[in-house]
Design a protein around this ligand. Sequence first.
Ligand code: FMN
Length: 329
Amino acid sequence: MSGDSHLPKALQGLRIPAVASPLFIISVPALVIAQCKAGIIGSFPALNAREGEGDHPLLDTWLTQIREELDRHNQENPDRPAAPFAVNQIVHRSNTRLERDIELCHKHKVPVWITSLGARKEVNDAAHDCGGIALHDIINNFFAKKAIEKGADGLIAVAAGAGGHAGPQSPLALISEIREWFDGPLLLSGSIGTGASLLAAQAMGADLGYIGSPFIATEEANAVQGYKDMIVDSGADDIVYSSLFTGVWGNYLKGSVENAGMDPDNLPMGSVKDMDFGGDKEKPKAWKTIWGSGQGIGAVKEVGPVSQLVDRLEREYIAAWERLQDRMK
Ligand SMILES: Cc1cc2nc3c(=O)[nH]c(=O)nc-3n(C[C@H](O)[C@H](O)[C@H](O)COP(=O)(O)O)c2cc1C
């Protein structure tokens, strides 16, 4: 991509303006490596790397593996090098591994740090100290300002319709309010399933799109076949917005809620006190049984390799741009 020289180096030169977002359980090294090799930033939550008691930190192993594989690719393909990778830190008091995970990311000089659920200056400082940049995800303008005050370099605006934890605001409103005062890196998260939507994100003022759910239906994703198939078979009508499962409002596949014996149209409210990212206390229901997904999955028609999905997004992005140019003649 040209025209991105205003962005930090780590966000420049992508094949299409996109970051593949971190997905709890689903984003594993195979997925991240495929995303980066396809030319977009790949990412994973640090908490996905869970070792057994007393074992060597799996995050250390994963970071070595990702670095080595991408280095090898770059040596063999100097004409189309891989995009950088990102690691997501859940900055919440129940994440008891945060300090250790920050140290490991610092040691491996992770180029892009993504923080969710809490903005902390020390995390941004650690990213900067090893030459990285820090992007913080927010659901409204108030938290956006706080994140920048605490030293984040860029923002991920998580709008209505995003998979997993999602905000209630229209992307049009959220991006334009943030752009009134912030001219740094701005990513849009929520329902981007086509290259045309990616172009729309840029037209409304975002620099990059942040795409999650479509990557669940890829061969490299760590998701059971039933989940991948449900993404292919579902559309926006099949998504329910609920706070029941983690205490934070988020979007889930209605089919998975029904399979768990609940009525997706009559779900009670959850409590924010239920949020727990501690050690190995993985929530059995949210994510594993109740499957997260954004509304933009209508465009996902098959399960295929990551490279095929990124090829499609690129084709659609270029076609949308050509269509618009024609209309402006
Ligand atoms: C199954 C699932 C798991 C997710 N896990 C995380 C996570 O661990 N950390 C995080 O910051 N965001 C997480 N997200 C949110 C995504 O990073 C991103 O905001 C969202 O997927 C974008 O919307 P989209 O799915 O409509 O493309 C998750 C989303 C989904 C669908």
